[in-house]
Design a protein around this ligand. Structure first.
Ligand code: F6R
Length: 604
């Protein structure tokens, strides 16, 4: 989704600051980029394609404004665009300007009444150059300025006319301020001693400050080189809390790995230790979740999307296993047919805390009187702030578009949550099962044969993933990861479901990854399903802890250490992440930024 950066007070480093910020927002997914610098005059450069294209253009033809070179202390805004209205062309890239070229606007979100506004503006003589919804905003501001309003009033007045989701930044020639507003799209304000920033996400300015203000919906903010001011929708000043970010800027670098995804897969032992730290008391057989208040639900509904939905499926199974009815819903479907809520707790599982579908489902649940909880990675995210309770998965920043370490941390957090709510003393063994989790993940990372398997099968017709019980979400996640970064067809199924249709697709050129751990009934039944595909000559890759005899029917084995059912799901998933990564690498895919995808999906 689009990325926004704005800054004031960065002097002659303003352009570099914007480009650095955009590079840190690349992970969100985008297909064009642009910047604007504003002093007495306004100058804009926009380019379709990746940031390199914009940088090359700026290198070959430095920014100049009407009066020649840009001053040594402009304010600036920068944007990475993920297309919604109109294709990714130079002309559709942000910033967009008004007819006079003195107002520049960047925007994340969707302006729902843009057609109506555009018709009205066109009728009064405004000329539009792009297909975007955003372009109405500078023209509205132009009209307001022409009517005699002061710059801030003109921006406020124009934003008041917008319906839909937006995070917006505006600069105006001759005005040393950057204006910003948010409604349903993420926007944060960075505060340092001598400079101020707006951004969609903290990594954009983390290099320059660890102080951040989380803006709320309906708020309007202004920065210049001397400070900031936040006001509510009526213009009254709002005193905001300045938060301190706890992670270092280096955490958003690649640390020598070829891709963020591989780095983040390898960060899992640390992420899991962080997730568990201070939360389990093995001796007492207790889980401690200090951040939570009184949570004692009769039943639980999960809402989530994509990878987080798979974690929610796992969470729902764990809640059912302790006798609490629980169901996981795909968030975008939940909003259209909300089940009865009664005294249910509605839990939004969302890495970013900004996924529009999940936020909308949580809001619907709240409207109907439910207590809500966000299980999220991002402190201060919209989900964390809007829900009654927030439980953090503590995975650290995740930059690769494909969720990896955050899935592992979501599984563990949900397992802890179910045990905490259960509160039974005889959970001591289960709790002890987390002790070796991080080192078991490390053992897999140190000794995996995933690369060899990926190389052998990277050119197959399709890939299937099967598992039962807690391994069903793992199979779904294995397939999602595989398809999103390799662009190969992959599907995950509950193991028993294969024979009810999908088996027709199984051939000697469709590898089947089967997750089988333990030696109980579930393992035995999954082995039965493995035999079904083996009989159709499909290559079988068993992800197993060696407790059953699945190896006899498998062409290859991806080993995981013996563990408990809850943690086996985390371990098996690590092997599947690695297979996806190496298959995509073999195929030369842009692993961290798969085509058409965005890290944080802020539109419904
Ligand atoms: C896939 C992936 C997505 C996200 C989904 C929800 O690798 O990352 O499927 O899981 O877009 O995002 P969050 O968890 O931020 O709500």
């Amino acid at each position: 989704m689009c990325g926004i950066i704005g800054c004031a007070g960065r002097g002659d480093s303003t352009l570099d600051t914007l480009l650095h910020g955009l590079s840190k927002l690349e992970y969100r997914g985008y297909d064009s980029a642009g910047v604007a610098l504003s002093d007495d005059d306004l100058t804009v450069r926009r380019k379709a394609g990746k940031l390199d294209a914009l940088e090359t253009s700026l290198g070959a033809d430095p920014l100049q404004n009407g009066s020649g070179s840009v001053s040594d202390n402009p304010v600036g805004i920068g944007h990475t665009r993920w297309s919604t209205h109109g294709p990714p062309t130079d002309g559709n890239a942000h910033p967009h300007r008004d007819c006079t070229g003195r107002v520049a606007v960047i925007h994340n979100g969707i302006i729902e009444n843009y057609q109506e506004l555009r018709d009205e503006l066109a009728a009064s003589g405004h000329e539009f150059e792009s297909d975007t919804d955003t372009e109405v905003v500078p023209h509205l501001i132009e009209t307001a300025l022409d009517s005699g309003m002061a710059p801030e009033e003109a921006v406020r007045d124009s934003i008041d006319r917008l319906e839909g989701a937006y995070a917006i930044c505006v600069v105006i020639a001759g005005v040393d301020q950057v204006f910003a507003a948010r409604n349903d799209s993420p926007l944060v304000l960075g505060v340092s001693d001598d400079a101020y920033f707006f951004a969609s996400d903290v990594p954009a300015f983390r290099e320059f400050t660890d102080k951040v203000i989380y803006l709320d919906d309906g708020e309007f903010a202004v920065i210049n080189q001397n400070g900031y001011r936040v006001t509510d929708s009526n213009g009254a000043v709002v005193e905001k809390t300045v938060n301190t970010i706890e992670w270092d800027p280096e955490e958003t670098g690649k640390s020598g790995y070829d891709h963020y995804m591989l780095k983040e897969i390898h960060e899992q032992p640390r992420a899991l230790r962080q997730c568990l730290q201070g939360r389990v008391d093995e001796l007492a057989g207790e889980v401690i979740l200090e951040e939570l208040g009184d949570v004692n639900p009769d039943a639980v509904q999960f809402v989530a999307c994509g990878t987080s939905y798979h974690a929610a499926l796992y969470g729902a199974q764990l809640f059912r296993s302790i006798g609490i009815p629980a169901q996981a819903y795909i968030a975008s479907e939940y909003a259209t047919s909300v089940p009865p809520i009664d005294d249910d707790l509605v839990i939004g599982v969302t890495q970013s805390g900004e996924t529009a579908d999940t936020l909308s489902a949580l809001r619907e649940a709240r409207r109907r009187g439910a207590k809500t909880m966000a299980v999220t990675n991002v402190v201060g995210s919209t989900a964390a702030r809007e829900c009654d309770e927030a439980l953090y998965i503590r995975a650290g920043p995740e930059i690769g578009v494909a969720a990896t370490k955050t899935f592992a941390s979501q599984l563990v957090t949900l397992a802890l949550l179910s045990l905490w709510i259960d509160g039974e003393e005889d959970n001591r063994d289960v709790i002890a099962g987390f002790r070796d989790l991080a080192s078991n993940v490390q053992a897999i990372l140190d000794d995996t044969n995933a690369r060899k398997i990926a190389e052998e099968y990277h050119d197959s017709d399709a890939y299937f993933f099967i598992g039962r019980g807690l391994h069903h979400p793992v199979a779904l996640e294995g397939a999602l990861k595989f398809k999103e970064i390799s662009y190969e067809h992959a599907e995950g199924f509950p193991a028993g479901e294969l024979k009810h249709g999908p088996l027709a697709l199984v051939t000697d050129n469709t590898p089947v990854f089967a997750v089988v751990t333990g030696e109980g009934e579930q393992a035995r039944k999954t082995i039965g399903n493995v035999k079904e595909v083996e009989a159709r000559d499909a290559p079988v890759i068993a992800v197993t802890d060696g407790q059953s005899d699945v190896e006899r029917y498998a062409d290859h084995v991806l080993e995981i250490p013996e563990s408990t059912p809850r943690t086996a799901a985390v371990l098996a998933n690590v092997q599947l992440q690695l297979v996806s990564y190496y298959a995509a690498a073999q195929l030369g895919r842009p692993i961290d930024k798969p085509r058409n995808l965005a890290k944080s999906v802020t539109v419904e």
